[in-house]
Design a binder for this molecule. Structure first.
Ligand SMILES: Nc1nc2c(ncn2[C@@H]2O[C@H](COP(=O)(O)OP(=O)(O)OP(=O)(O)O)[C@@H](O)[C@H]2O)c(=O)[nH]1
Ligand SMILES: [Mg+2]
Length: 258
């Protein structure tokens, strides 16, 4: 018997049956989460990479178990796209050369006598973990891309520091991880807007509609179907691309609009 909903697919992606609810917790995230338990034993430090546009929404309850075990530095990445926030962290633009060096004094403050540090880099998908590590390594050692779920396996990368730093740093790049149930849908929408959740499992027209009048936007951009109707899907895609690139200005989504 054919069925509109394939139950095995729902389980695989942990999609909600309620079409309006945003949720994404695929199998590779469960596996990665369990894997981190072993890796954390080998690390001295956690770098927790949050998207500065909504740092509080990026706090994964599943990571709390790790935060009790090792010192944590919170990184407010993509700060070039964000309005100021009261969340305490190190503001960075990881796409800017050498910007990650800003973290080194904080590491030295935490470990004044250590010369070798192994840091685990964690965060929600697409928050810029691999880009930050490449910034430290001064080369593209870790794969990066503007979509969630790019890093699939943990990978060690050594930082390239000047000898005067008297410090050897290793970073463990990890896959972006969400949590099983995005109960707070305001948080879920924020994560969807910043590109932490795969667009193809979202109703992007509904998502964009929470920010702008999508019909007005489609009209202003001239996004029309062959029959002359508004092409809302194309307009929503265009809006998200520009929003994520900061074309509508800096945002703080935790504190509502803009
Ligand atoms: N504007 C801006 N873009 C950034 C910054 N850091 C990373 N990006 C971009 O964000 C996108 C995602 O970066 P990645 O480093 O792949 O993110 P990730 O956290 O490793 O993603 P996953 O491996 O999927 O979890 C890429 O297009 C980066 O160029 C930043 O500080 N500012
Ligand atoms: Mg990555």
């Amino acid at each position: 018997m054919g069925s509109i909903l394939d139950f095995s697919e729902i389980c695989k992606y942990n999609l909600s049956v309620d079409n309006n609810k945003i949720n994404w917790f695929p199998g590779h995230m469960t596996k990665s989460l369990h894997g981190l338990d072993d890796y954390i034993k080998k690390c001295n430090l956690i770098l927790y990479v949050l998207d500065a546009r909504c740092p509080k929404s990026c706090l994964n309850p599943e990571f709390e178990q790790f935060l009790k075990r090792k010192p944590v530095l919170f990184i407010l990445n993509k700060s070039d796209l964000a309005l100021p926030d009261d969340f305490k962290g190190i503001a960075l633009n990881s796409k800017q050369s050498n910007s990650a060096d800003k973290i080194i004094p904080h590491i030295k403050r935490l470990f004044p006598t250590k010369t070798i540090i192994q840091a685990m880099v964690i965060g929600v998908p697409n928050s810029g973990k691999s880009t930050l590590i490449n910034n430290f390594a001064k080369t593209a050692k870790a794969k990066t891309e503007d979509r969630p779920g790019v890093t699939r396996q943990p990978q060690w990368v050594q930082a390239r520091l000047s000898p005067s730093a008297k410090l050897t740093l290793y970073f463990l790049d990890t896959p972006g991880i969400l949590w099983p149930n995005l109960e707070d849908q305001h948080i879920a929408r924020n994560l969807a807007l910043i590109g932490s959740i795969r667009d193809d499992i979202l109703d992007i027209t509904q998502l964009v509609q929470t920010r702008v009048d999508l019909s007005d936007f489609a009209r202003s951009r001239g996004h029309l179907l062959p029959g002359g109707q508004l092409d809302l899907e194309r307009a929503a895609k265009a809006y998200l691309t520009d929003f994520r690139a900061g074309k509508f200005g800096r945002v703080n989504l935790d504190q509502g609009q803009p």
